[in-house]
Design a protein around this ligand. Structure first.
Ligand code: BGC
Length: 766
């Protein structure tokens, strides 16, 4: 049989990453630019310099009615805008107001924002920033991709880069040059409400996918009209709070700070990311905005970051009111700014006015040096120049014919197809037969808001008013595929907003039962209400009880029940895993998630998504794939702490992949050698399929307990039935380093094991 196998070209991860996502030049200093900035600085007053460091929200200058509510449709209050520009000389604006806007509304806003520079009233243009975190979520008609956690599940940096490119194009079409994305926080706390905004639990996967997104956002060399500045969030340690609740303390030993949390940010900075947003929480008792060591010593000095650091929402104020490391508002401003934050997202009125006044006072009283202020302003102007803002003139909408185009939608669909992950498929229940009558049920089955999650059209993403016209919910996608006569819908359980976002109850269960009785298959769509930040805090990872009950009711009919998870974080479903015929994780797949799911369920496309996290089995035992050996001391499950429902990197396919012939270039390497590893992968099934080849390394013996395994390479390949490909990876001594307890990186000679799927091989570093 092997003889009939086609052998194709070698795939090399090294070549791939060097070519596609090589270091960009944006933050490399250029003497001509620096001289221009020096000239500008020399002409600026203290007020103007302070204004550059001040960021306000759009709401500050929108017209309001007598009750203080923003007038709809929005209008600019020219008096307020004039005050912000002429008196306070603000350098940056952010946000969207309360909901998504039309392209014309953005044009109107951007004309106002650009006007002071265009008309020569100011010498420095304003930079506008927005959270376009899974596509252009705040412009009507924009293309919505899976949220970052879903993008990570594609394990496909090319797709991530295309996502970045399309998002930048459409953000720029709305006139906006700066995107507060990507989130490079490593997800080590599944309770966290912003888990879905991350690229998963592994620093290498997050770093590689992050680099690709940044490259897509910013382009390669000169920022053109189709790219935006990226902003790495949230520097650093935000994602691992002890309580799991948003913006609560994290305790991170230096070793893990280096290995897990700083690593993706470092590769993001090396990829040329122009800006960084600071962590709102505190780590080891030090608020992110007060961390001189991380912001100034590590980010700016050690890593050579030449862009600027923006605070998160109101975080200077919080140094006094929440973190209590500042005695008063002046002290807070001084501490935040001197720690290394260059721009303050103040962002509301009247706070922004007091911020500017306090900054001026701090300069007069020499609490902040002119040198520090100049450094921050230089960084801000440098980014504004790199982002092309000094070239006068607004981009015309007509220059963006591909905004919301079918070409862009196709990519969003592709991303959802490669992301959705098949976790169980008992007795090949899937693909479904087009002949079967299907009940599509569950709280997340029939509304686009569940597919998109938070930061979609509104902050919490719950308002259905702005759902993209023409996009299909899961139920609608089923109807399109098999005809309304072959499928029915029943909600079964309702997620609703009470005091928090965890409320759920059974609804119209008799309707559910009748329809279950009359169907051949039940597709049960479970999950969560969209939410993020504080409102999204939950107290338990368990899937709300009513949904567990609904699954149990569905099982009573002894028909195949397919569980479809539409969730922002892995919710515990252990009780209902055993009786499910199939289980699919869709994450938050975006506007085309319903279509993608249905194509996959009917076998029109093959599954290739892999979990970017370990899916926990029990609420009280949360461990990660790179746990040390002590976690798995015994073979017995009872003693095993790492016993997830599904492993990191797991995901099934309709076809079968066999790995063979693992080779390494040499048994021993020195610190300057390159080790080449290759493996043959063969599609022995009957369907075309994509496979993620994952390379893990373990340090056999080290002076500090080593991670059990660590992901050090991956490549997504596509194979036709009977086709084989040899996949090649390169490893250097650099990849074998670990951090000691003081955070110093060390390379220790010794034995290492490489594992790819079920094959392994050892080598020695001398
Ligand atoms: C979030 C940031 C976001 C900012 C601006 C904050 O509350 O933490 O991630 O970029 O708001 O919307």
């Amino acid at each position: 049989m092997l003889k009939s196998i086609k052998i194709s070209l070698v795939f090399s991860t090294l070549i791939f990453s060097l070519n596609l996502f090589s270091q960009s030049k944006f933050t490399t200093l250029n003497s001509e630019t620096e001289s221009k900035i020096t000239a500008l600085l020399s002409e600026m007053t203290v007020e103007e310099k302070v204004g550059q460091t001040c960021q306000i929200t759009l709401d500050v200058f929108l017209k309001r009615n007598a009750n203080g509510a923003v007038i709809e449709p929005i209008e600019i209050d020219s008096k307020k805008w004039e005050e912000a520009i002429s008196i306070y000389k603000v350098g940056s604006v952010l946000n969207v107001g309360s909901h998504t806007l039309s392209m014309d509304q953005w044009k109107m806003i951007m004309e106002n924002v650009h006007e002071p520079y265009k008309s020569g009233k100011t010498n420095i243009p304003i930079i506008y920033g927005i959270d376009a975190i899974h596509g252009v979520n705040y412009t009507i008609g924009g293309t919505l991709f899976p949220q970052e956690i879903g993008l990570a599940a594609t394990w496909n940096p090319r797709l991530a880069s295309e996502f970045g490119h399309i998002t930048a194009y459409e953000t720029k079409a709305s006139g906006i040059p700066w995107n507060f994305s990507p989130v490079l926080d490593v997800a080590r706390q599944p309770l966290w409400s912003r888990y879905f905004e991350t690229l998963g639990e592994d620093p290498y996967l997050a770093g590689e996918m992050g680099k690709a997104i940044i490259c897509g956002y910013q382009g390669k060399d000169k920022m053109d009209n189709y790219h935006t500045a990226a902003c790495l969030k949230h520097f650093v340690g935000y994602s691992t709070s002890q309580s799991g609740r948003d913006r609560t303390p994290a305790w991170i030993p230096e070793k893990y700070m280096q290995e897990l949390f700083l690593a993706p940010f470092k590769s993001g900075i090396e990829s040329g990311a122009m800006t960084v947003m600071v962590n709102s929480g505190d780590v080891n008792g030090v608020p992110g905005h007060f961390n001189y060591h991380l912001l100034t010593e590590v980010l700016k000095k050690e890593w050579g970051f030449n862009g600027f650091a923006v605070s998160d929402w109101e975080d200077f104020i919080m140094l006094e009111t929440v973190h209590r490391v500042a005695e008063n508002p002046l002290d807070a401003v001084v501490k935040g700014f001197n720690a290394g934050v260059d721009m303050s997202m103040v962002p509301s009125a009247p706070h922004y006015k007091s911020y500017c006044d306090l900054m001026k006072q701090a300069i007069t009283e020499e609490l902040i040096s002119m040198e520090r202020l100049d450094d921050a302003v230089r960084r801000i102007i440098r980014v504004k120049m790199a982002a092309g803002l000094f070239e006068k003139g607004m981009n015309e909408n007509k220059n963006y014919p591909d905004f919301g185009s079918s070409k862009h939608k196709e990519k969003a669909l592709c991303s959802a197809l490669e992301s959705i992950t098949l976790l169980k498929n008992k007795n090949n229940t899937l693909p479904l037969s087009a002949e079967s009558k299907v009940l599509v049920a569950g709280p997340t089955a029939n509304n686009l808001v569940y597919l998109n999650g938070a930061w979609t059209h509104t902050w919490q993403g719950l308002d259905t008013t702005y759902n993209t016209a023409g996009c299909n919910t899961i139920y609608e996608a089923f109807k399109n595929e098999i005809g309304a006569e072959n499928c029915s819908y029943s909600q079964g359980a309702e997620l609703y907003l009470q005091e928090d976002y965890e409320a759920c109850k059974l609804s119209n269960i008799s309707d559910f039962k009748t329809k279950a009785q009359n169907s051949d298959v039940i597709v049960l769509c479970l999950g969560e209400l969209p939410s993020t930040e504080k409102p999204g805090d939950i107290r338990s990872l368990d899937l709300p009880k009513a949904q567990i009950e609904l699954a149990k009711i569905a099982y009573e009919y002894e028909k195949p029940v397919i569980l479809v998870l539409v969730e922002a974080r892995p919710r515990i479903i252990h009780e209902i895993v055993g009786d499910a015929a199939a289980i699919i994780q869709t994450y938050l797949p975006g506007d085309y998630g319903g279509d993608a799911l249905v194509q996959l369920l009917y076998g029109k496309e093959n599954f290739s998504g892999k979990l970017p996290y370990s899916y926990p089995k029990h609420n009280g035992v949360i461990e990660f794939y790179d746990h040390p050996r002590s976690v798995d001391r015994s073979k017995s499950n009872h003693f095993k702490a790492y016993d997830p429902e599904w492993n990191f990197g797991y995901g099934l396919s309709y076809t079968n992949f066999i790995y063979s012939d693992l080779q390494i270039s040499q048994q021993k390497i020195t610190t300057v050698d390159e080790l080449t590893i290759s493996v043959m992968v063969t599609n022995t099934g009957k369907m075309n399929g994509k496979e993620v080849v994952q390379l893990y390394i373990s340090d056999k013996v080290a002076s500090l307990v080593p991670a059990g395994v660590r992901l050090k390479g991956f490549e997504k390949i596509e194979l036709a039935p009977n086709e084989s490909k040899r996949v090649e990876f390169s490893i250097f001594a650099e990849d074998l380093k670990f951090a000691d307890n003081s955070g110093n990186w060390i390379t220790e000679p010794g034995k290492f094991e490489i594992a790819i799927k079920d094959l392994n091989v050892t080598f020695e570093l001398n």
